[in-house]
Design a protein around this ligand. Structure first.
Ligand SMILES: N[C@@H](CCC(=O)N[C@@H](CS)C(=O)NCC(=O)O)C(=O)O
Ligand code: FES
Length: 100
């Protein structure tokens, strides 16, 4: 990402952090490419993806901001987190709403 989770330095990087937080995922590793030019270029070569942010789940490249947003909207992110043993906080939020 650009910046860090506490202080994202680009709206796209901010968006991925916010989406992960919505799902209750707090303790992800983040690396600031603005602090490391080799990382900034190297990660693009590694994933064959031209932009930052880049999201990896269990080391597997998922995509950037647009893809994570899409996965958030279509439910895929909940499923992918489930595969990692993470229960999305959004599921509980929905349940709480049902009760009301
Ligand atoms: N549509 C992209 C938005 C991200 C993007 O366009 N990033 C640009 C501007 S922050 C980028 O990384 N450019 C190359 C660079 O800054 O090294 C996505 O889905 O992630
Ligand atoms: S830093 Fe300008 S769009 Fe990301």
């Amino acid at each position: 990402m650009k910046g860090n989770p506490a202080q994202p330095l680009c709206g796209f990087s901010n968006a991925v952090v916010q989406i992960l937080r919505l799902h209750g995922v707090q303790d992800f590793q983040a690396y600031d490419v603005l602090q490391d030019a080799d990382l900034r270029q190297g990660i693009k070569n590694y994933s064959n993806w031209p932009t930052i942010p880049q999201v990896y789940l269990n080391g597997e490249f998922v995509g950037g901001c647009d893809i994570l947003l899409q996965m958030h909207q279509n439910g895929d992110l909940v499923e992918e987190l489930k595969k990692l043993g993470i229960r999305s906080a959004l599921l509980d939020a929905e349940k709480d709403q049902d009760k009301k």
